[in-house]
Design a protein around this ligand. Structure first.
Ligand code: FAD
Length: 214
């Protein structure tokens, strides 16, 4: 296990924050996750890497879970503190050259936007559409880092998004192309429902990739 110093914490909402750590020679492929443990605690949790493969720092996007332990502890850290880090892990790896079609649809709920932020940062010029589902518009985490013509915000708790409702309702209302590559990240309920919607619309299972957070 390695130790990484915190360089910065950006608070995006009352509960969501970006933890920037020193890169310290850490290598990963975009889409992978790390296990992080706040210095004092032995407990560790998985977090997708939010920064790009070529960034000089390492970032993760975390939402504090009200009843949670680690996401709460990490939020209390300050620049100069250290976290323990393990990894990289996971098979949600992305490289545009891996796929026969170069058209991508990314579907995220909440902090599930994190690996897609890393994809887009690592591969500028990517042909993607990102559909991000949140409750309220203020959870559109750093959408300015994406091409505004390639992002659709779905809000289920207010009318501030491009679409009022859940990501699953939005995708169900769209015409889809079977050869597009679909990437899903976030809560298991969204991923299960999305799988059913995509396959019912004729998308072959081999064109669907998913990462479940909880
Ligand atoms: C591969 C992978 C990647 C992940 N990447 C991220 C990431 O980039 N950003 C991120 O914020 N989280 C991510 N998670 C979730 C993260 O690992 C923790 O589960 C989360 O931070 C809660 O940890 P905790 O110790 O605070 O809460 P715990 O004490 O472990 O859990 C408390 C309860 O909250 C539930 N829970 C866990 N996550 C959430 C959530 N986001 N919203 C609501 N309830 C939840 C748990 O199922 C549990 O019932 C990822 C999980 C996996 C498996």
């Amino acid at each position: 296990m390695r130790e990484h110093k915190i360089e910065e914490i950006r608070h995006l909402t009352n509960s969501a924050y970006v933890l920037r750590m020193e890169r310290n020679g850490f290598n990963f492929q975009t889409g992978q996750f790390v296990m992080i443990s706040p210095g004092k605690l032995a407990l560790q949790r998985e977090y997708s890497v939010y920064s790009g493969e070529n960034d000089p720092f390492l970032e993760v996007l975390i939402r504090e879970v009200e009843e949670g332990i680690v996401s709460k502890q990490l939020k209390l850290l300050a620049p100069g503190d250290r976290v323990k880090l393990d990894g990289p892990f996971g098979f949600f790896k992305f490289h545009p050259g891996m796929f026969p079609s170069k058209k991508f649809i990314f579907v995220a709920t909440g902090t599930g936007i994190s690996p897609f932020h890393s994809f887009v940062r690592t591969f500028p010029g990517l042909d993607y559409q990102l559909i991000h589902g949140v409750r309220f518009g203020n959870e559109a985490y750093e959408h300015n880092n994406f091409d505004k013509n390639r992002i659709t915000l779905c809000t289920s708790g207010d009318a501030s998004g491009n679409f009022e409702g859940r990501v699953t309702d939005y995708v169900a209302s769209q015409k889809l192309h079977a050869e597009t590559q679909y990437f899903l990240c976030g809560n298991s309920e969204m991923i299960t429902e999305m799988f059913d919607i995509l396959t019912a619309k004729g998308v072959p299972v081999e064109n669907i990739y998913s990462e479940v957070y909880f």
